[in-house]
Design a protein around this ligand. Structure first.
Ligand code: ZN
Length: 137
C-alpha cells in the first residue's frame, strides 16, 4: 500500500462502528427504533426524539448528488497534490446526507441529482474511506 499523506479521520468510540464497517466495505448508518429517524454522522442520542434506542443498519450505498464543488487550485497545503478533486454532499436513498469525494468520473460531467454509488478506498490498515462514483458506470 502506498503511503497515504492526506489527513485521516479521527476514530472515536462513537464512530468506530462506522469505520469498522467501512473496513468490511459496508456503509453503516444509525436508525432510531422509536421515531424512525435515520441518523448520520453517528450520534449517542436521536436528534428527533432524544431517545437512546438506536440501531446500526447497512446502507445500499446508493444516492444522488445534492451539491458539489470541484477544487482546481487554492487547495489546503495537504491537498495540493491531489487537485483537482470533488467534494460533494450525497443524499442517500435511505434518507440521510453525507459528505464525500466523487471519484472515477469526468468532473465536467458532474451535475446535481446525478445518481452515485459508494466505492471503498482503503488508505491505511485502519482507515477505509467511503467515496462515490457515478452509478452504473
Ligand atoms: Zn428518535
Amino acid at each position: 500500500m502506498e503511503e497515504y499523506t492526506l489527513p485521516l479521520p479521527l476514530i472515536t468510540t462513537l464512530s468506530k462502528v462506522f469505520w469498522d464497517g467501512c473496513r468490511e466495505n459496508k456503509l453503516l448508518y444509525q436508525h432510531c427504533r422509536d421515531c424512525g429517524r435515520v441518523i448520520f454522522f453517528p450520534k449517542h442520542l436521536c436528534p428527533g426524539c432524544m431517545g437512546h434506542n438506536l440501531e446500526w443498519l447497512e446502507s445500499k450505498g446508493k444516492g444522488a448528488i445534492d451539491t458539489f464543488t470541484v477544487t482546481y487550485e487554492g487547495a489546503p497545503p495537504a491537498f495540493m497534490g491531489v487537485t483537482p478533486y470533488c467534494v460533494a454532499i450525497i443524499r442517500m436513498d435511505e434518507g440521510y446526507r453525507m459528505m464525500s469525494n466523487i471519484v472515477d468520473c469526468d468532473f465536467d460531467a458532474l451535475a446535481c441529482e446525478m445518481p452515485v454509488e459508494v466505492v471503498f478506498a482503503q488508505v491505511t490498515e485502519e482507515i477505509t474511506l467511503p467515496k462515490f462514483r457515478p452509478a452504473g458506470g
